[in-house]
Design a protein around this ligand. Structure first.
Ligand code: G6P
Length: 614
């Protein structure tokens, strides 16, 4: 939510900033802006809209400068317009600041600053912070880094900020608390700053992930210094980035989302690599090795997440309860933290997050950790905040996911949860050896089965064309596929803006059935398995009310094929693994409908991928 970039060095800052912003646009695309310091002093350019709008606006202006900051916004305080766009400037015009996060006590600070002569142009909390820094700089007569440090002592909230000062033209000061910041260290003494490593990777592989409470002072001549809020100097911990540039490009696909859907055979394989060992007949999850016994002894598992990650957690509930016989509760992180949840010291909490930055999930982890629970992370972005606050975890290895609607991250999360549940069930003896080995073999075959599902794309596109003008859609699943129904509905909503609801198939008769008429597409996951016959009955109920049924069936099925208006076949696999296959047609349906409706598939309206506000 909001993307930040910065540059200090000898090169022209502008092209680096604008390209960096394009990489971070998934974090918000309400407005964009840059501030540059060069021979012409400090210049700010910003406008409502996307980074491409800013780029167009910049065509006719002076873009020179070797120090600069840039921002792409997801609006929280104040409408998405030019005035509220970042960077924000202090009353004197000397300081420019960009911010990702929320300053919660901005209102009293604003009043106080007003009484001290500061003026405000925007409705943002950020403008308060830049004026607070200036106020301290002047009243305390301190330099920029110290003014930032003192200002942050007065601030309640979350932030990643970068600030530059017309009077210190070779310097950039950055700070973080609960919102991410990465510094790239270039070969020739130049420095890059960004909300994640994607804008940095093409310039350098040497990065420093800033910790909460740290302030970075980047100086063109003196290099990088990091201090903490107590003003103690810290040695920057430089790490090598393991990210490849080609993973950040569309690679010939029309959209990142389509590329990411098609990457799933590989991303699922990568999430199992080195973990699923067929030859030895074992699952080894190195990252949680020291916590295996805790899992085995756990009386309860709590799974926390938001959005698609929460849906993956629901699949995890079915997996852990069935295979490892451990009671599981799956909670929206945002709900969990605002009640007084019962947490035991022997609880295992699994926090799932693609970005590793979701503010609600982070806060829920802190709460559970404070009450003594063991926290295991399942995250995709290496070096993000959540993996750094958990006790242990397993990365999903899906590779960068750029489309705002999550696809390959979901299947990677479910893959890791399956491996975990299998590992624990095997260690506990709650599944027989033969079933364990059969499931390992079946899981190993999933990537090639996903490839087979992807071959149905032409048929799925044909179906998408028939239903693209629907105003409502219903998604039904049962057991393991109920979370897939929720995920299918979410995909359709978020990228096509068609209202959709996911329901357990049996619950349909308790309400949603009233919505069914000949206009209503009903997507039903009706694969062969424990509840097959029951789902067939549910399909009959929909057909009796003239609803249109698009069924996901097991290859070779004839019964549902005879009933449904359309049947999309997926290869046979045990119930526990059906989510990994059945979600793929759901993703493709939504994708093609959204494209046919002319939606911005990778950047749907109002959404952002990394939600760093609560
Ligand atoms: C946003 C994204 C979703 C994502 C959710 C949770 O809403 O648009 O795609 O599922 O956040 O994000 P996380 O990074 O924690 O998985």
């Amino acid at each position: 939510m909001c993307g930040i970039v910065g540059y200090v060095g000898d090169k022209d800052a502008y092209p680096l900033l604008i390209n960096g912003l394009k990489r971070l646009e998934y974090r918000g695309y309400d407005s964009a802006g840059v501030a540059l310091i060069g021979s012409q002093g400090l210049r700010i350019h910003k406008c409502q809209g996307k980074v491409s709008d800013l780029e167009a606006h910049m065509r006719d202006v002076d873009r020179s400068g070797n120090v600069g900051i840039g921002h792409t916004r997801w609006a929280t305080h104040g409408a998405p317009n030019d005035v509220n766009a970042h960077p924000h400037v202090s009353t004197s015009g000397d300081l420019a600041l960009i911010h990702n996060g929320i300053i919660e006590n901005y209102a009293p600070l604003k009043e106080e600053l007003r009484s001290r002569g500061h003026t405000f142009r925007s409705e943002t909390d950020t403008e308060v912070l830049v004026n607070l820094i200036e106020d301290i700089q002047r009243s305390e007569e301190v330099d920029l880094p110290e003014a930032v440090r003192l200002a942050l002592e007065n601030v309640v909230g979350a932030y990643a900020i970068a600030v530059i000062d017309r009077k210190s033209p070779g310097m950039l000061v950055a700070a973080r608390k609960s919102s991410p910041l990465v510094i790239g260290i270039g070969e020739h003494g130049e420095h890059y700053l960004a909300s994640d490593a994607t804008p940095i990777v093409e310039h350098t592989k040497n990065v420093v992930y800033m910790e909460d409470g740290e302030i970075a002072i980047i100086d063109r001549t003196k290099g990088l210094k990091i201090r903490n809020v107590k003003n103690q100097e810290k040695t920057p911990f430089i790490q090598a980035l393991e990210m490849h540039l080609e993973t950040l490009e569309k690679g010939g696909y029309d959209h990142f989302m389509l590329k990411e859907i098609h990457e799933q055979p590989r991303s699922i394989r990568d999430s199992m690599r080195g973990r699923l060992n067929l030859a030895q007949g074992e699952v080894v999850l190195g990252g949680i090795k020291d916590y295996e016994q805790k899992f085995v002894n756990a009386k309860r598992i709590l799974i926390l997440g938001c959005g698609t990650s929460w849906h993956a957690g629901l699949v995890g509930e079915y997996l852990f309860e069935e295979l490892a016989r451990i009671p599981v509760e799956v909670e929206y992180a945002s709900e969990f933290r605002y009640r007084n949840p019962i947490i035991h010291e022997d609880d295992i909490v699994i926090a799932i997050s693609q970005s590793g930055e979701t503010a609600d999930t982070l806060a829920a982890i802190e709460l559970a950790k404070g009450r003594g629970a063991t926290i295991i992370g399942i995250c995709n972005v290496v070096g993000s905040s959540i993996p750094r606050v958990t006790h242990a975890g397993s990365y999903t290895h899906a590779g960068p996911e750029i489309g705002v609607a999550s696809t390959k991250a979901f299947t990677a999360q479910v893959t890791v949860l399956t491996l975990m549940a299998l590992m624990v069930g095997h260690k506990k003896g709650t599944i027989s050896g033969s079933r364990f080995h059969r499931l390992l073999n079946e899981l190993d075959a999933i990537p090639s089965k996903v490839e087979q599902v992807l071959k149905n794309e032409a048929q799925i596109k044909y179906i998408a064309d028939i239903y693209k003008n629907a105003t409502n859609a219903l998604y039904l699943g049962r057991g393991y596929t109920f979370p897939v129904a929720l995920e299918g509905a979410l995909k359709l909503k978020e990228i096509s803006y068609i209202h959709a609801e996911g329901y357990p198939a049996a619950e349909m008769k308790h309400g949603p059935i009233a919505l069914i008429d000949e206009e209503m597409p009903v997507f039903v996951i009706a694969t062969k398995g424990a509840s097959y016959e029951k789902v067939v009955s549910n399909i009959q109920e929909v057909k009796a009310r003239k609803g249109k049924v698009i069924a996901i069936v097991t290859e070779g099925d004839t019964v549902v094929k005879g009933l449904a208006d359309h049947a999309i076949a997926i290869p046979e696999t045990p119930d526990a693994l059906v989510p990994l296959l059945s979600v793929v047609p759901m993703q493709l349906i939504s994708y093609h409908i959204a494209v046919m409706l002319g939606r911005n598939v990778d950047q749907p309206r109002n959404l952002a991928k990394s939600v760093t506000v609560e």
